[in-house]
Design a protein around this ligand. Sequence first.
Ligand SMILES: NC(=O)c1ccc[n+]([C@@H]2O[C@H](COP(=O)([O-])OP(=O)(O)OC[C@H]3O[C@@H](n4cnc5c(N)ncnc54)[C@H](OP(=O)(O)O)[C@@H]3O)[C@@H](O)[C@H]2O)c1
Length: 332
Amino acid sequence: MTTQARAVLFHETGGPAVLTIEEVRLDDPGPGEVRIRVDALGLNRAEALFRAGTYYYQPTLPGSRLGYEAAGVVESVGEGVTEFAPGDPVLTGPQIEMSAQGVYGDRIVLPVESVVPRPGSVEAVTGAATWLAYATAYGGLLETGGLRPGDHVLITAASSGVGTAAVQTALRIGAVPIAVTRTGAKRQRLLEVGAAHVIAAHEEDVPDEVQRLTGDRGAELIFDPIGGPELPALARAAASPGTIVLYGWLAGKPTVMPHNWPLTVHMYANGHLSATAAGRRRINRFVESGLRDGGIRPVIGEVFDGLDRIVDAHRLMESNTHIGKIVVTVDH
Ligand SMILES: NC(=O)c1ccc[n+]([C@@H]2O[C@H](COP(=O)([O-])OP(=O)(O)OC[C@H]3O[C@@H](n4cnc5c(N)ncnc54)[C@H](OP(=O)(O)O)[C@@H]3O)[C@@H](O)[C@H]2O)c1
């Protein structure tokens, strides 16, 4: 059997205006699949890059879907699914290939591996803002970066969804988060989120400030989604030995490798950690325990009401004026 659903599609790559909302046919969930009524979508930069054709994999056109992060309720499950039942609150995030499985829509079908339980106390807007940001912060800072209590961690693009999650994740284990933002406009909000210090990169010398704040030791870890030709300058803020976890490429220009050593540079990919059942279990446990005890409180910059606001929501993301996550609620 098939059901009618609404999905956000794009037929050519480009700016936010290429996104359209269309009626699509949705098959019943097959073996190992789950059908979800979507109540809210969490946006992230990867989706803007995918829409523009500049992400690390390309959309299948015409008619590509979009989106990693949704929160909703299970409507039905396919044969062999024992993990979920109709009525369960859930999130999405792991192991999604956006062209075919993108979650922007009012109803979606996903493999069970891409579905994560949502505590009943967590409403959809908060839930949609959680998984990808905290999975990346957990995997990048703790599993790959080896961040320890008492370490200083320099978090660039700290006002982003992942950056604000990284500030909270560092605090959760007793590390000291130093936030970097380009101007002073978001300084006060970043202090409220929990940053121990905030450095405005266009107004201050970041490595000099880090050396001052750490008593000339430098930051044990740099968590950076920017990369590009400025990386060697940023690396002057690293301790010796130090570690950089690069997890994005906002600079959009080739990354130059720093020449200070000993220094370990990792290129972190969340999809690698979430590819195994053991990795997903650790991420999901980290997220779920934090949501339950309040250590994880996603920072929500703006909520747009209704799927037809998706273009406006993407425009806001590209303006870079937001802090934390942008969420779109889905009407039924
Ligand atoms: N490797 C992984 O597994 C993984 C997983 C998730 C996300 N990511 C990556 O993480 C990054 C952040 O994603 P997000 O969704 O959290 O971002 P976001 O919420 O859209 O925030 C991006 C923020 O970064 C800063 N920024 C933007 N362009 C910049 C540039 N060219 N140079 C310096 N700063 C810039 C701006 O903050 P200020 O105005 O405060 O400077 C902006 O508000 C993206 O590159 C994304 O692809 C990677």
